[in-house]
Write a protein that binds this ligand. Structure first.
Ligand code: RUB
Length: 306
């Protein structure tokens, strides 16, 4: 029964599905499929299956609170429900999943609408890695008739910057690809930096692709505005109660296939950018200060803090 879940988890682990939003969407769809194909005979068995699926999905990538928030919310709707029949519970999973996906889609649109206003004609935008939320915002600015340029970092070791570069070229945007270490070299030509997020902590710090905090530091030194483009549901509630956001460490062979013996290779997938480096978080509630994240979450998504 859990085979499709395992297959989705594997695709997430191997980066066939990449980026926090796409990871969450894949996980939600996998849970929906599981609920539709379940052979569980009662609520207890159904919840057991969902819980096993949750563990498999969560262990696919550690630094993905959007996926965790989504899956937890969907499962909690089943737990809270008075129905006992599996068919009815399947309906609950389907409608909770659809609702979550719809909300995510609305947030993406709202973010693009707000953020696109920050892109002026002839702006040069630097972005890191591949964030579907950032590229959607840039698409919106382009559709609104703005003419701008994009500089993409390669984003070693697995080069997600190439995905961004291809998308920008397809949009008809003038695009330059640079190695990550050339960021300072080009920063004085950049008008604003836009990056995505995998997690936002209760203190307003932002977790994103390794190298993001270095770019934020460079942007601050060059006085270039640095914005994080993110749905609020990437907030990780566990950080409010003292836990640190876990940072996934990936395989060494992503960096060097046949390294010399005894060489230590470290490959963290993400780093943490302190809130003081972030001009603003462009989210579905507007452009907010990272300092206000907990209040905004209280107002917009109180269930996340329960
Ligand atoms: C992707 C990455 C993205 C965020 C946001 O890392 O760091 O900036 O996930 O993406 P990886 P989105 O390639 O390791 O998943 O805006 O699409 O959610």
């Amino acid at each position: 029964m859990l085979k499709p879940i395992q297959a989705t988890a594997m695709r997430i682990k191997q980066l066939e599905v990449q980026g926090a939003r796409n990871v969450a969407v894949a996980a939600i769809k996998a849970i929906e499929t599981l609920a539709k194909e379940t052979k569980a005979k009662n609520k207890k068995e159904f919840l057991k299956e969902l819980s096993e699926a949750k563990e498999i999905l969560f262990s696919s990538r550690e630094t993905e609170p959007l996926m965790r928030n989504a899956v937890r919310l969907i499962i909690s709707q089943v737990e809270k429900n008075i129905h006992e029949k599996v068919e009815e519970l399947t309906e609950i999973v389907t409608s909770a999943s659809e609702q979550f996906l719809k909300n995510l889609e609305n947030s993406k649109r709202k973010i693009a609408e707000i953020g696109a206003r920050r892109i002026r004609n002839n702006s040069v935008v630097l972005t890191h890695c591949h964030s579907s939320t950032v590229t959607y915002l840039l698409r919106r600015a382009k559709l609104e008739g703005r003419s701008f340029e994009v500089i993409c970092t390669e984003s070693r070791p697995v080069f997600q910057g190439r995905i961004t570069a291809k998308e920008m070229l397809e949009l008809g945007v003038k695009t330059t690809l640079i190695v990550d270490s050339a960021t300072r070299f080009f920063m004085n030509q950049v008008d604003l930096v836009l990056v995505g997020a995998d997690a936002i902590t209760s203190e307003g710090n932002v977790v994103n692709k390794i190298g993001t905090s270095m770019i934020a530091l460079i942007a601050q030194e060059a006085r270039t505005p640095f914005y994080v483009v993110s749905e609020l549901l990437k907030f990780d509630p566990v950080t409010r109660y003292g836990d640190y956001e876990k940072i996934e460490e990936r395989r060494q062979n992503e960096i060097w296939k046949n390294p010399p013996k005894n060489l230590i290779i470290r490959n963290p997938a993400f780093d943490i950018t302190r809130r003081d480096f972030v001009h603003g978080i462009i989210c579905e509630e507007g452009i907010i200060s990272p300092h206000s994240i907990t209040q905004v979450m209280h107002r917009k998504y109180p269930w996340i803090l329960e």
